[in-house]
Design a protein around this ligand. Sequence first.
Ligand SMILES: [Zn+2]
Length: 88
Amino acid sequence: MNARTSDREPIDCEEALERLAAYLDQELDRTGRDEMERHLERCRSCFSRAEFERRLKERIQRGLVLDEVPREFEERIRTLLGRRASES
Ligand SMILES: [Zn+2]
């Protein structure tokens, strides 16, 4: 018996966080996006996380320096940007 029988099964937080960068970059396919949005509608913690990162990303794209940002987040941002650059 397979536990994961349905591909429409909602994603969990772990999965949502894994997809967050791609989601914010609008790199997910339709299904992935849909699942992500469904999760964000139901999960406050992931939703605020997504909002937070979206804003952060906006600021970076506007060329604002990372100095105001705590180290742990700076590292996350580098991961985000790195992933983006290496995926082309
Ligand atoms: Zn969640």
